[in-house]
Design a binder for this molecule. Structure first.
Ligand code: HEC
Length: 123
């Protein structure tokens, strides 16, 4: 009978430890899920309407050097690329740069949308 009164405490202690361990596992899972979410937001992997998305991207990242109407500025005009460059080549230029032009966007999906837009407006 000597150890008896201790038993409830032992049970409480064990239950407490089990609860703590499971809570920390749940916390870890949630953190991983949150991290995955954040990464998903940053990395664009699919674009529904590439031409429309490409137009917006061009407005924010190309007109500074190629002119507001893309007729040229620090860089050459981008209004008649059809026949000069393929979609793949324009994507490559946006991702890697060309000559004195730096890499502008290293997301291939966005770069490809830009290329599709530029070819769609090509005269
Ligand atoms: C920092 C200025 C700058 C930005 C921003 C920039 N470019 Fe350029 N781009 C240039 C320069 C300068 C050249 C000429 C490079 C050379 O031939 O040495 C060029 C050349 C090009 C060419 C080749 C044109 C030709 O006639 O050979 C393409 C295509 C192009 N840029 C597309 C883009 C696109 C698309 C964007 C936006 C995603 C963009 N550029 C953003 C400066 C820029």
């Amino acid at each position: 009978m000597k150890g008896r009164p201790l038993l409830p405490f032992a049970i409480i202690a064990i239950v407490g430890i089990v609860v703590m361990i499971s809570l920390s596992f749940i916390g870890l899972n949630q953190r991983e899920a949150m991290q995955a979410d954040e990464e998903g937001e940053e990395e664009v992997t699919e674009i529904e309407d590439p031409v429309a998305a490409g137009e917006e991207l061009v407005q924010t990242s190309c007109i500074g050097c190629h002119g507001g109407d893309l007729s040229g500025g620090a860089g050459p005009a981008l209004t008649s690329l059809e026949g000069q460059y393929t979609q793949e080549e324009i994507t490559d230029i946006v991702v890697n740069g060309i000559g004195s032009m730096p890499s502008v966007n290293d997301n291939e999906v966005e770069a490809d949308a830009i290329a599709q837009y530029l070819l769609s407006i090509s005269e």
